[in-house]
Design a protein around this ligand. Structure first.
Ligand SMILES: [Ca+2]
Ligand SMILES: [Ca+2]
Ligand SMILES: [Ca+2]
Length: 557
């Protein structure tokens, strides 16, 4: 999504940087890690000998196990009521079900036949200029009543591209956007056949894009009833090839830049779409409206937790050049994008939510995003419905951002800035790991780690430090927790970079394309007597290619 010169610059930088990156400190030779379908069925994970361990910043020990490898960008990993992990693969459009005790995995649905455009990502830039939608097959949610008469699994995926038959990129001229369409669908789990069957469409007119589709699904209760929430990004309307595309994050009658809420089963309305939209959604009109909250940029993380007796929906979203946000999502509220970025602290005054060097896109910063004259004034304008984030990461200064904007506008090079790019979110409310109860767990795509943030006793403030777990895991897209709180499951991207790679991303990634299990060990294992392999072996080894080698992490840095 960037000019060829910028790509070449990044490539050369990457080579230079890799030459400077130190190799991993140590590697231990491991016993066999179960490959898909090869795990010993008679052992559960607690009986299985520990293959490697990692230590957290509070001295917590975890055993590490690769449960699946060679996946095509796993987007969702969900722990189902059937005690299986449900997984989506972004590029191949496959859904699979994995037994975490054995590592056996079975493909239960292949949606490639409903993707009405080719695998542009694998054709190569020489053959096609057409973009791959960010995401593809994305969110998955399993109904909590899966084994109790509600055997439903919900999926969201991009299925159409407006430019499929056009010459060139298939995107609109003058960077007015690459238009895709997204489908939200409910399948029924047929346990006898081991397949997802009988698709029912909830909505197949959701706008999509080459950028910022977000794509996270979650089932969570409101007033005791289960609903399906869907985080959809602002479609990158204002940046890259969508620089001139109108941004609708502030408009309540558009689905871009929103958290949407749907019914998990039809409510009896006669309208094809209305039956799937709750009758008490906040912006219902003559046509019902799935919008639950608005003013979001790219909300890839959604998690529900009951803390101190109150259930809340927590969310993470990517910021532009600063200010990745954690929010508590409330019905009908406005989260500010693209008029307030992070807090209304003025760091975007005189700037916008993006900048390009595309002279054919009008405006001071060549973007469809409005120039922010004053964040404080904008916040006042948004009124009582505006909600500040619970926390932002890296609220970079106005001076830093101005420099970056001027540089980008002149060169088209995005430059570097600190950020996390949160891939998802989970809340641990269990007592399993000492000190962890009521912690937000935020996987980072950009710094390749899991971040733990302790919530206050009421769940409405963050009270602890920003703690790093599992450094160098790779671009972590999603996280699931077992109900007993002892096992964490991470889905790690296959691809190496975000649209703008950070320095951490240029390091060797350990678990690309894997589902990795981290099991808390209440009793720390004895010091390993297994000899360490050489640094040269460490450089050669990639555990997903050779599951017998896994990096041994030291204490988090
Ligand atoms: Ca309805
Ligand atoms: Ca916000
Ligand atoms: Ca701000």
């Amino acid at each position: 999504m960037r000019p060829l010169t910028a790509v070449l610059t990044l490539f050369i930088r990457s080579i230079l940087f890799l030459a400077l990156v130190p190799s991993p400190v140590s590697v231990v030779a491991q016993g066999p890690v179960p490959r898909v379908g090869q795990g010993p069925a008679s052992l559960d994970s607690t009986q299985r000998p520990s293959r490697t361990t990692t230590i957290g910043p509070r001295g917590e020990h975890f055993a590490v196990r690769v449960l699946a490898s060679h996946l095509s960008d796993p987007w969702s990993v969900v722990y189902g009521p059937d005690r299986y992990l449900w997984i989506t693969e972004e590029k191949t459009y496959r859904v699979s079900r994995l037994d975490p005790s054995t590592g056996r995995r079975q493909v239960v649905l292949d949606l490639a036949g409903d993707r009405h455009f080719p695998r542009y990502d694998s054709i190569g830039e020489e053959q096609t200029e057409k973009p791959w939608p960010e995401g593809g097959l994305m969110g998955l949610a399993v109904h909590p009543g899966l084994l109790k008469g509600k055997p439903w699994v919900y999926l969201v995926y991009i299925y159409k591209f407006q430019g499929v038959d056009s010459l060139g990129s298939g995107c609109s001229l003058h960077h007015r956007g690459c238009y895709f369409t997204t489908k939200l669908v409910r399948y029924t789990w047929d346990s006898g056949r081991g397949q997802l069957v009988d698709p029912v469409i909830l909505c197949d007119t959701i706008p999509g894009s080459s950028d910022n589709n977000a794509g996270r699904l979650l089932i969570a209760p409101v007033d005791g009833r289960e609903y399906l929430f869907y985080g959809i990004g602002d479609l990158g309307a204002g940046q890259f090839d969508n620089a001139g595309r109108p941004n609708h994050a502030q408009q309540k009658d558009y689905y871009e830049g929103k958290i949407l809420r749907f019914n998990t089963e039809p409510d009896g309305d006669s309208g094809l779409f209305d039956r799937w939209i709750p009758n008490d959604n906040p912006f219902n009109g003559p046509c019902q409206n799935a919008v639950w909250s608005y003013g979001h940029r790219n909300p890839e993380g959604l998690a529900y937790a009951v803390i101190d007796g109150v259930g809340r929906l927590y969310s993470t979203e990517h910021g532009p050049y600063s200010d990745d946000e954690i929010n508590i999502i409330e019905k009908g509220k406005n989260y500010g994008h693209p008029l307030v970025i992070g807090y209304a602290d003025g760091n975007y005054d005189g700037l916008a939510a993006s900048v390009t060097n595309y002279k054919d896109v009008p405006g001071r910063w060549h973007t469809s995003y409005p120039t922010i004259i004053s964040e404080r004034a904008n916040r006042k304008l948004l009124g009582a419905d505006y909600r500040d984030p619970l926390k932002t990461f890296y609220p970079n200064s106005n001076a830093f951002l101005k420099k970056l904007f001027v540089y980008n506008r002149a060169t088209g090079d995005e430059g570097h800035w600190p950020s996390e790019a949160p891939g998802s979110l989970a809340v641990d409310t269990s007592d399993a790991i000492p000190g962890w109860k009521n912690s937000l767990l935020m996987p980072s795509l950009k710094t390749h780690r899991l971040i733990r943030l302790k919530l206050s006793a009421h769940g409405v403030h963050i009270v602890g430090d920003t703690l790093t777990y599992f450094p160098r895991t790779g671009r972590i897209r999603d996280i699931a927790i077992s109900p007993d709180g002892l096992h964490l499951y991470l889905a790690v991207d296959s691809s190496a970079f975000t649209s703008v790679p950070s320095r951490a991303e240029l390091r060797q990634e350990v678990y690309r394309g894997c589902i990795v299990e981290f099991t808390y060990l209440p009793i720390p294992p004895p010091t390993s007597s297994i000899p360490a392999a050489s640094a040269q072996e460490a450089r050669r080894a990639r555990p997903c290619d050779n599951p017998n080698l896994i990096f041994h992490f030291g204490t988090s840095s």
